[in-house]
Write a protein that binds this ligand. Structure first.
Ligand SMILES: Nc1ncnc2c1ncn2[C@@H]1O[C@H](COP(=O)(O)OP(=O)(O)OP(=O)(O)O)[C@@H](O)[C@H]1O
Ligand SMILES: [Mg+2]
Length: 158
Protein backbone atom coordinates (compact mmCIF):
# COMPACT_ATOMS: atom_id res chain seq x y z
CA UNK A 1 0.00 0.00 0.00
CA UNK A 2 1.22 3.51 -0.82
CA UNK A 3 -0.12 6.27 1.37
CA UNK A 4 0.03 10.03 1.10
CA UNK A 5 -1.90 12.58 3.15
CA UNK A 6 -5.35 11.70 1.86
CA UNK A 7 -4.73 8.97 -0.69
CA UNK A 8 -4.34 5.22 -0.23
CA UNK A 9 -3.26 3.13 -3.19
CA UNK A 10 -3.48 -0.68 -3.24
CA UNK A 11 -1.98 -2.62 -6.12
CA UNK A 12 -2.98 -6.15 -7.22
CA UNK A 13 -2.05 -8.48 -10.05
CA UNK A 14 -4.26 -11.13 -11.61
CA UNK A 15 -3.50 -13.77 -14.23
CA UNK A 16 -6.99 -15.22 -14.73
CA UNK A 17 -10.67 -14.45 -14.24
CA UNK A 18 -10.58 -16.71 -11.15
CA UNK A 19 -7.75 -14.65 -9.65
CA UNK A 20 -9.61 -11.42 -10.39
CA UNK A 21 -12.52 -12.74 -8.33
CA UNK A 22 -10.06 -13.36 -5.48
CA UNK A 23 -8.74 -9.81 -5.84
CA UNK A 24 -12.40 -8.74 -5.55
CA UNK A 25 -12.56 -10.53 -2.19
CA UNK A 26 -9.54 -8.59 -0.96
CA UNK A 27 -10.86 -5.29 -2.26
CA UNK A 28 -14.22 -5.89 -0.56
CA UNK A 29 -12.41 -5.94 2.79
CA UNK A 30 -10.91 -2.53 2.04
CA UNK A 31 -14.22 -0.88 1.15
CA UNK A 32 -15.91 0.69 4.15
CA UNK A 33 -19.35 2.14 3.36
CA UNK A 34 -20.29 4.71 2.31
CA UNK A 35 -17.94 4.53 -0.65
CA UNK A 36 -18.49 5.74 -4.22
CA UNK A 37 -15.88 4.60 -6.74
CA UNK A 38 -15.35 4.77 -10.46
CA UNK A 39 -14.49 1.39 -11.97
CA UNK A 40 -12.25 2.00 -14.98
CA UNK A 41 -10.84 -0.24 -17.64
CA UNK A 42 -11.13 -1.04 -21.34
CA UNK A 43 -13.86 -3.25 -22.77
CA UNK A 44 -13.27 -6.77 -21.49
CA UNK A 45 -10.69 -5.71 -18.90
CA UNK A 46 -12.62 -7.65 -16.27
CA UNK A 47 -14.58 -4.98 -14.43
CA UNK A 48 -17.72 -7.10 -14.10
CA UNK A 49 -15.59 -10.10 -13.10
CA UNK A 50 -14.09 -8.04 -10.28
CA UNK A 51 -17.59 -7.06 -9.10
CA UNK A 52 -18.46 -10.79 -8.96
CA UNK A 53 -15.68 -11.20 -6.40
CA UNK A 54 -16.70 -8.13 -4.40
CA UNK A 55 -20.36 -9.25 -4.34
CA UNK A 56 -19.38 -12.76 -3.30
CA UNK A 57 -17.22 -11.49 -0.42
CA UNK A 58 -20.12 -9.37 0.83
CA UNK A 59 -22.48 -12.36 0.71
CA UNK A 60 -24.48 -10.24 -1.70
CA UNK A 61 -24.57 -12.58 -4.72
CA UNK A 62 -23.02 -15.67 -6.25
CA UNK A 63 -20.58 -14.85 -9.07
CA UNK A 64 -23.04 -16.32 -11.63
CA UNK A 65 -25.72 -13.87 -10.49
CA UNK A 66 -23.56 -10.83 -11.18
CA UNK A 67 -23.90 -9.72 -14.79
CA UNK A 68 -23.06 -6.55 -16.65
CA UNK A 69 -25.51 -3.67 -16.09
CA UNK A 70 -24.94 -2.49 -19.68
CA UNK A 71 -28.65 -2.42 -20.55
CA UNK A 72 -30.22 -2.29 -17.10
CA UNK A 73 -27.77 0.50 -16.12
CA UNK A 74 -27.86 -0.38 -12.44
CA UNK A 75 -27.72 -3.60 -10.46
CA UNK A 76 -28.36 -3.69 -6.74
CA UNK A 77 -27.19 -6.38 -4.30
CA UNK A 78 -27.92 -6.67 -0.60
CA UNK A 79 -25.13 -8.05 1.52
CA UNK A 80 -23.37 -7.88 4.86
CA UNK A 81 -19.91 -7.00 6.00
CA UNK A 82 -18.20 -7.74 9.28
CA UNK A 83 -16.90 -4.73 11.17
CA UNK A 84 -15.50 -4.99 14.70
CA UNK A 85 -17.02 -8.46 15.09
CA UNK A 86 -20.46 -7.22 14.07
CA UNK A 87 -22.33 -7.99 10.90
CA UNK A 88 -23.60 -4.89 9.20
CA UNK A 89 -25.87 -4.62 6.20
CA UNK A 90 -24.34 -3.26 3.02
CA UNK A 91 -25.88 -2.28 -0.30
CA UNK A 92 -23.71 -2.87 -3.34
CA UNK A 93 -24.63 -0.89 -6.46
CA UNK A 94 -23.00 -1.66 -9.80
CA UNK A 95 -23.67 0.89 -12.53
CA UNK A 96 -22.66 1.12 -16.16
CA UNK A 97 -22.90 4.58 -17.73
CA UNK A 98 -21.67 3.44 -21.15
CA UNK A 99 -25.07 4.11 -22.70
CA UNK A 100 -25.84 7.30 -20.80
CA UNK A 101 -25.37 10.24 -23.13
CA UNK A 102 -25.89 13.39 -21.09
CA UNK A 103 -26.34 14.85 -17.62
CA UNK A 104 -30.12 14.83 -17.99
CA UNK A 105 -30.17 11.06 -18.54
CA UNK A 106 -27.73 10.75 -15.68
CA UNK A 107 -30.07 12.72 -13.40
CA UNK A 108 -32.90 10.33 -14.16
CA UNK A 109 -30.79 7.47 -12.79
CA UNK A 110 -31.01 9.02 -9.33
CA UNK A 111 -27.39 8.66 -8.25
CA UNK A 112 -28.11 10.88 -5.25
CA UNK A 113 -30.58 8.36 -3.91
CA UNK A 114 -27.90 5.67 -3.77
CA UNK A 115 -25.74 7.57 -1.33
CA UNK A 116 -26.95 5.81 1.80
CA UNK A 117 -24.50 5.33 4.71
CA UNK A 118 -24.35 1.57 4.05
CA UNK A 119 -23.71 1.81 0.31
CA UNK A 120 -20.81 0.80 -1.87
CA UNK A 121 -21.30 2.22 -5.36
CA UNK A 122 -19.14 1.07 -8.28
CA UNK A 123 -19.60 3.00 -11.52
CA UNK A 124 -18.30 1.73 -14.84
CA UNK A 125 -17.64 4.51 -17.39
CA UNK A 126 -18.19 7.10 -14.63
CA UNK A 127 -15.18 9.05 -15.93
CA UNK A 128 -17.40 10.25 -18.82
CA UNK A 129 -19.17 12.69 -16.49
CA UNK A 130 -17.44 15.48 -14.51
CA UNK A 131 -20.25 15.36 -11.92
CA UNK A 132 -19.56 11.66 -11.27
CA UNK A 133 -15.80 12.24 -11.11
CA UNK A 134 -16.40 15.03 -8.62
CA UNK A 135 -18.55 12.82 -6.45
CA UNK A 136 -16.23 9.82 -6.52
CA UNK A 137 -14.01 8.96 -3.57
CA UNK A 138 -11.46 7.15 -5.64
CA UNK A 139 -11.35 4.50 -8.30
CA UNK A 140 -10.51 0.96 -9.25
CA UNK A 141 -8.52 0.77 -12.46
CA UNK A 142 -8.05 -2.48 -14.39
CA UNK A 143 -5.36 -2.68 -17.03
CA UNK A 144 -4.66 -5.57 -19.34
CA UNK A 145 -0.91 -6.11 -19.15
CA UNK A 146 -0.84 -9.06 -21.54
CA UNK A 147 -3.05 -12.03 -22.38
CA UNK A 148 -5.09 -12.84 -19.28
CA UNK A 149 -2.91 -10.72 -16.99
CA UNK A 150 -4.39 -7.68 -15.33
CA UNK A 151 -3.00 -4.95 -13.15
CA UNK A 152 -5.62 -3.73 -10.69
CA UNK A 153 -5.19 -0.49 -8.76
CA UNK A 154 -7.51 0.62 -5.97
CA UNK A 155 -7.16 4.29 -5.08
CA UNK A 156 -9.10 5.52 -2.04
CA UNK A 157 -9.48 9.22 -1.35
CA UNK A 158 -10.62 10.59 2.02
N1 LIG B 1 -7.34 -11.79 -15.42
C1 LIG B 1 -8.61 -11.68 -15.84
N2 LIG B 1 -9.49 -10.96 -15.10
C2 LIG B 1 -10.78 -10.81 -15.50
N3 LIG B 1 -11.29 -11.35 -16.61
C3 LIG B 1 -10.45 -12.07 -17.39
C4 LIG B 1 -9.09 -12.27 -17.02
N4 LIG B 1 -8.52 -13.04 -17.98
C5 LIG B 1 -9.47 -13.29 -18.88
N5 LIG B 1 -10.64 -12.74 -18.54
C6 LIG B 1 -11.89 -12.82 -19.33
O1 LIG B 1 -12.15 -11.51 -19.82
C7 LIG B 1 -13.56 -11.23 -19.78
C8 LIG B 1 -13.82 -10.02 -18.91
O2 LIG B 1 -15.17 -9.69 -19.01
P1 LIG B 1 -15.89 -8.64 -18.06
O3 LIG B 1 -17.31 -8.61 -18.46
O4 LIG B 1 -15.56 -8.91 -16.64
O5 LIG B 1 -15.14 -7.30 -18.50
P2 LIG B 1 -15.65 -5.80 -18.40
O6 LIG B 1 -14.42 -4.99 -18.15
O7 LIG B 1 -16.74 -5.68 -17.41
O8 LIG B 1 -16.18 -5.54 -19.87
P3 LIG B 1 -17.21 -4.41 -20.40
O9 LIG B 1 -16.39 -3.18 -20.63
O10 LIG B 1 -17.72 -5.01 -21.66
O11 LIG B 1 -18.28 -4.21 -19.35
C9 LIG B 1 -14.23 -12.50 -19.26
O12 LIG B 1 -14.64 -13.28 -20.34
C10 LIG B 1 -13.11 -13.18 -18.49
O13 LIG B 1 -13.25 -14.59 -18.44
MG1 LIG C 1 -18.66 -4.85 -17.48
Amino acid sequence: MTQTADLKVHQFESHSARETIEVGHRIAELLVPPRFLILRGDLGAGKTTLVKGIAEALDAAEPDEVTSPTFTLIHEYEGTRTSGGHKEPVMLYHLDLYRIQNERQLDSLGLNDLASPDSIVLVEWGEKFPSVVKRSQGEIEMRTTRGDSRSITLTLRD
